[in-house]
Design a protein around this ligand. Structure first.
Ligand code: NYM
Ligand code: MG
Length: 266
């Protein structure tokens, strides 16, 4: 593509009202050239199987990127590295995680995970869900204002961990209905045995091999073809590289106006 054609194409992606246009424009040029150097083609695949009711009108926005996986799969390190990279590239990006232990609900969850309090399995499931609901409107605001969110665990953790305890999977999904659907779910794939070898588990509830095996099974039944699965046993750098590729792809689609949608997959 000639420089002129590339410039014209990019201009049509960038709202004229963005006051940071020159910086953003440079960023997107960098992003596109990085992508072409990776020889990646834009993929305009249909949205994953998600109810599309309450569709938002198309406008440029940030991407909702979710990282999922077993405990010790490397999600938290990779979220941090991805955040740093995107931030340095000049993107508006934030790093989030669930549970968000800073809220009142989050503190109840934290105390439960630390075995300092006991709760019925259904009750703690609903608290995890409430913890996402209390951040929902802020999440929507950030995305619409153009900020990309990298989220370490989301609804899939909620369903995978609770259903691994034996709760009905449809019951587990129900309180998540209406939360924002991720634009990308990346699953960092590692066997429960290999994850357990990684410096051992901490003292938190759920950090036990037998339970993690059940969680791995639950994740498997939740996965659909839209998930990007990355081998989490590769080197940190290789995982990071693969992660960047799928994330940049997704960010472009959202920047071009992919509508926001809601959980849950049909
Ligand atoms: N967890 C996390 C759940 O059981 N349900 C949820 O909805 C979420 C978001 O909390 N073992 C579990 C998974 C983890 C634990 O998360 C704490 P982390 O990412 O290890 O701090
Ligand atoms: Mg953990």
């Amino acid at each position: 593509m000639s420089n002129f054609a590339l410039t014209t194409t990019l201009r049509s992606f960038v709202p004229k009202t963005i006051s940071t246009f020159p910086r953003k424009f440079g960023t997107w040029v960098a992003l596109f050239s990085l992508k072409s150097s990776l020889d990646l083609k834009l993929r305009f695949k249909p949205s994953r199987l998600i109810h599309m009711e309450n569709k938002e009108s198309s406008s440029s926005r940030g991407a909702l990127i979710v990282l999922e996986g077993l405990d010790r799969c490397g999600k938290t390190s990779q979220s941090g590295r991805l955040y740093k990279y995107l931030d340095e590239q000049g993107h508006s990006v934030e790093s989030w995680r669930f549970p968000d232990r800073n809220t009142g609900v989050g503190q109840m969850i934290s105390s439960y995970l630390a075995n300092k309090s006991q709760l019925d399995d259904h009750a703690i499931h609903l608290l995890f869900s409430a913890n996402r609901w209390e951040k929902r409107s802020l999440m929507e605001e950030k995305l619409k204002s153009g900020t990309t969110l990298i989220v370490d665990r989301y609804s899939y953790s909620g369903v995978a961990f609770s259903s691994a305890k034996g709760l009905d999977i449809e019951w587990c999904k129900a309180p998540e209905i209406g939360l924002l659907a991720p634009d990308l779910v990346v699953y960092l794939d590692i066997s429960p045995e290999k994850a357990a070898e990684r410096g051992g588990y901490g003292d938190e509830r759920y950090e036990q091999l037998e339970f993690q095996k059940k969680v791995a099974g639950s994740y498997l039944s939740l996965r659909d073809s839209s998930w990007k699965v990355i081998d989490a046993t590769l080197s940190i750098e290789d995982v990071e590289k693969k992660l960047r590729e799928v994330v940049l792809d997704c960010m472009i689609t959202c920047h071009k106006g992919k509508p926001l949608s809601q959980l849950w997959p049909c």
